[in-house]
Design a protein around this ligand. Structure first.
Ligand code: HEM
Length: 126
């Protein structure tokens, strides 16, 4: 079972993910001004996870999507250098949720994934 399935079995992690993001970057909470019922936060997380699943598999769109969203988010007020922080926040929250179930193998897989994402985010658009 992959780490995402283990996390999902513990319930919806959305609130924990954004609580940690806003604890680390308090200025980012205000950017969600239009998100009055947290639906945008939830949808953003769903889109991130769907893109991650594609990225680690066939990468039909995941890497390009992540890179494209840097530009969209710059218009929202998210500095490009902070955009990738969301993935690290996800890893940290998932590790906390899983506790002892977060194995060295899972940790290594996420470290490799985060390094690959860093590489993709730094690529120049064609
Ligand atoms: C620290 C990092 C990030 C911050 C602070 C952030 C912030 C935001 C904000 C404020 C919105 C709402 C925009 C609105 O009011 O319409 C949003 C939406 C969205 N974000 Fe992010 N974002 C981050 C990272 C990411 C990443 C890494 C991805 C995907 C790779 C992503 C994908 C999306 C998508 C698809 C939406 C649209 C959701 C919808 O309208 O339903 N975001 N983001």
């Amino acid at each position: 079972m992959c780490s995402l399935e283990l996390v999902a079995a513990r319930g919806d992690p959305t609130a924990l993910v954004y609580a940690r993001l806003f604890a680390q970057y308090p200025q980012m909470e205000a950017l969600f001004v239009r998100d009055v019922n947290c639906a945008v936060r939830g949808n953003m997380l769903a889109e991130v996870i769907t893109a991650l699943l594609d990225f680690v598999d066939a990468n039909n769109y995941g890497g390009n999507f992540m890179r494209a969203e840097i530009v969209n988010h710059e218009h929202l007020g998210v500095p490009p250098q902070h955009f990738g922080a969301f993935f690290t926040t996800l890893r940290d929250v998932f590790a906390n949720i899983l506790g002892a179930e977060w194995t060295p193998n899972i940790d290594a897989a996420w470290a490799e994934l985060l390094a690959r994402i860093d590489g993709v985010l730094l690529e120049k658009s064609a």
